[in-house]
Design a protein around this ligand. Structure first.
Ligand code: ADP
Ligand code: MG
Length: 721
């Protein structure tokens, strides 16, 4: 693993491409296993090749010429004793023409098209060979690669790395499932399968060699998660013991709430309180269906932090949501004497400066905002708790940034003496901010609470999220009438608009959601703008004075906020919006949601959107308008929506329809940590890895460390996000 600190040599393009794939060490290359294999061990005679078959043939070039048909192309006629075949190249270089010149002896491999009269191959692979040159003895591996990294280059690099890579067994035999080969045997076999090995068991990855690799991979992941937990246990966080007297903010906030907590809310609050009272940073996910009341749980956690003399930061993925949180939290906390600051990307100039000063001085007990909250110039006096709402909506980079921010708070324990914005004020007010007892304790990391409406499926919870404590709100606040979901073809649009009129007439409010058209933001906009014009015209005639608003992602933030304010205050009856309202927006008086082109949305997204209604006591309806014909998955999504409003059931079906990839968000796109194992197919191996990991950590810690290093070292950073 140690690299020579020698003079830096310029890296070639393939070398850089290898690095981007994480192929740095010999062991990385050794563990970069084939996707599939090509059988180049056989030659066929040209006359015996069949249409649709992938074949390897060898012969002499009889003719080669550049033809100008619909496109300029190189056309080569290759013949052996049995017959001939045409090779066609739409992209070619002079070097290709040289190898494929008339009279050359070449070996080619590709898919055969056509039959007896005119066989051809389009873009076959080819190489010049001596007549009678031996065929390879084993199957040819095809590796996952990229455009800048040719297979031939990668094969060579892997073959030479294989000879050096440390593949000795580090795991004690007792830790391994019975009947599997050693790692070295397994790796060698998969890179260079011996002749005669049935391709099928390699390609469906059921071969014991594959089982061994998958087990090792799963075990490495379990160990890494366990190590992350252990490492966190060694960190120190502010102890926020419950303050219970009548003067405590927590008590006063609970008393001031216009409702009583549900049993589920009370339970998760208890779980969070227990974490906050420990001297170890909390790392907890609060999951609960849309509308289950996560915000108040976050507010109560913030109150605990403030009671203990610490600041709390609450981050939301969009400005709209941040603004909503801000308004709600101000309404709850301001009367109790707490200053709530608000930071978003669009807050600039004087206001921003004032906010930064409040944050740096500790005057702001709670800071609400978008990821602007974790920007460099935001310095907290005493950040003790960070809450991230809808955390799956943040990108990898932002999650890592947040992590660095939290860790940075560890190092900069004395923000009062930090240079930069608000330094003197921070110095003056740090003492006034709280009890002052903790300010001198070194290396404290804030607690972290993340919230999400998308529950993590079980197999994922067991693997990628095994290091995360999870609290679940499994009950909705009382008095909600379930949302009725109806699916209509777009031809029913007129009737749906009639329904809107009725709803608005009864003093209720309506969302009309237009889809995001990924290829074209402008089409997207046009869609929303047209719908807005149509609804405005129809409703203005039927209901004079009815305001129809428009909200989309490209509006300036202040305009967005103004529209949202109109809608929240119920002065606006109908809001036409793109998916910017998807996340978290809370207007309980809205009782009808129409989603246009519902077939274009994902299931989780539809569920999120639908969760914007059904928040008050009025019976709510969600209308899904679709434009046919529907694909099978489109049908199953709309059916799922009509059949259930249970977010956990929706998540289960979503997993069924889409596979686990989508759930992973940052963890997966950042680093595809499970390259070989399949969470649905390999549950047996997963269970075993889970059983083995803690024993291995306890009894063979060095082996555990070596195993993790072998598998994860270049990617470990992403695990923390
Ligand atoms: P989500 O979990 O989707 O973030 P919110 O926190 O936005 O849900 O809560 C949805 C609505 O329910 C809000 O209007 C909130 O004030 C209200 N609410 C939360 N808890 C309760 C409760 N225990 N009883 C009644 N209403 C509640
Ligand atoms: Mg929410």
């Amino acid at each position: 693993m140690r690299r020579m600190p020698d003079v830096p040599r310029a890296k070639s393009a393939p070398q850089k491409a290898m690095e981007r794939l994480g192929l740095v060490r010999d062991i990385d290359l050794a563990l970069h296993l084939p996707l599939r294999y090509e059988d180049e061990t056989q030659l066929q005679s040209i006359a015996h090749t069949r249409d649709g078959q992938t074949a390897q043939v060898e012969g002499v070039v009889r003719e080669a010429q550049v033809e100008l048909r619909s496109r300029r192309q190189l056309v080569v006629r290759l013949a052996d004793d049995s017959g001939d075949i045409t090779l066609r190249f739409l992209n070619f270089y002079p070097s290709h023409q040289k190898v494929l010149a008339r009279g050359q002896h070449v070996r080619v491999r590709g898919e055969v098209r056509g039959g007896f009269l005119g066989r051809e191959m389009v873009h076959p692979t080819f190489k010049a060979v001596e007549p009678g040159a031996p065929l390879p003895a084993s199957l040819t591996p095809v590796y996952p690669s990229s455009a800048q990294l040719p297979q031939v280059y990668l094969r060579k690099a892997i073959t030479s790395a294989l000879a050096r890579a440390p593949l000795d067994e580090v795991l004690p035999p007792a830790a391994l499932p019975a009947g599997l080969p050693t790692l070295k045997e397994a790796v060698r076999l998969l890179h260079q399968p011996p002749p005669g090995l049935p391709l099928a068991t390699l390609e469906d990855r059921s071969h014991p060699a594959w089982q061994r690799l998958k087990f090792d991979e799963l075990l490495a992941q379990q160990l890494a998660q366990a190590q992350a937990v252990a490492a966190r246990e060694r960190l120190r966080a502010p102890v926020m013991a419950a303050v219970t007297g009548p003067s405590s903010l927590h008590t006063r906030l609970q008393a001031a709430l216009p409702f009583a907590l549900t049993a589920a809310q009370a339970r998760v609050c208890g779980e969070i309180d227990a974490d906050l009272a420990r001297p170890v940073p909390m790392h907890r996910l609060l999951q609960g269906d849309v509308g289950s009341g996560k915000t108040v749980v976050a507010a109560l956690a913030a109150a605990r932090a403030i009671d203990a003399g610490w600041q709390c930061a609450l981050m939301a993925p969009t400005e709209i949501l941040a603004e909503q949180h801000f308004q709600k939290l101000v309404q709850w906390l301001q009367p109790l004497g707490i200053t709530v600051a608000w930071l978003t990307g669009s807050r600039k100039g004087k206001v921003r400066k004032a906010m930064l000063a409040q944050i740096a001085s500790g005057e702001a007990g709670l800071v609400v905002g978008t990821h602007a909250v974790i920007q460099d110039d935001v310095v907290f006096a005493r950040l003790g708790l960070a809450v991230v709402d809808e955390q799956h909506r943040f990108g990898v980079a932002q999650r890592l940034e947040l992590r660095h921010k939290l860790v940075e708070t560890v190092d900069g324990t004395a923000p009062a003496s930090q240079p930069g914005s608000g330094a003197d004020r921070a110095g003056a007010a740090a003492g006034a901010a709280g009890s002052g007892t903790t300010a001198s304790v070194p290396r404290l990391e804030p607690h972290l609470l993340t919230m999400s409406a998308t529950p993590i499926p079980r197999t994922l919870a067991m693997t990628y999220f095994a290091d995360l404590a999870v609290s679940t709100i499994d009950e909705l606040p009382p008095g909600r009438t379930p949302i009725v979901t109806k699916v209509f073809a777009d031809s029913k649009r007129e009737q749906v608009i009639g329904r809107i009129r009725d709803e608005v007439q009864q003093g209720r409010q309506v969302y009309w959601v237009c889809p995001l058209i990924e290829e074209s933001e402008s089409l997207d906009l046009q869609n929303a703008t047209e719908t807005h014009a149509q609804l405005s015209a129809v409703l203005a005639a039927a209901l004079p004075g009815c305001q129809v608003g428009l909200l989309h992602g490209r509006m300036p933030a202040t305009e967005k906020a103004a529209v949202m304010a109109e809608f929240t205050s119920a002065r606006m009856g109908v809001l036409v919006a793109t998916t910017v309202i998807e996340v978290g927006v809370d207007v309980p008086n809205a009782s009808l949601m129409v989603i246009e082109h519902a077939e274009r949305f994902g299931l989780a997204q539809l569920h999120q959107l639908r969760g914007r209604v059904g928040r008050g006591s009025a019976a709510s309806v969600c209308v899904l308008l679709y434009t046919g014909p529907l694909s099978d998955t489109g049908k199953s999504r709309l059916r799922a929506m009509a059949e259930t409003t249970d977010g956990f059931e929706i998540a289960r079906r979503d997993l069924e329809i889409r596979g686990p990839g989508e759930f992973m968000g940052a963890r997966q796109s950042g680093a595809d940590l499970l390259r070989f194992a399949d969470l649905n197919g390999d549950t047996g191996l997963l269970e075993q890895a889970r059983r083995v990991a803690p024993r291995l950590m306890a009894e063979h810690p060095a082996a555990a460390r070596a195993h993790v290093a072998r598998w994860l070292s270049t990617k470990a950073e992403y695990l923390k996000a």
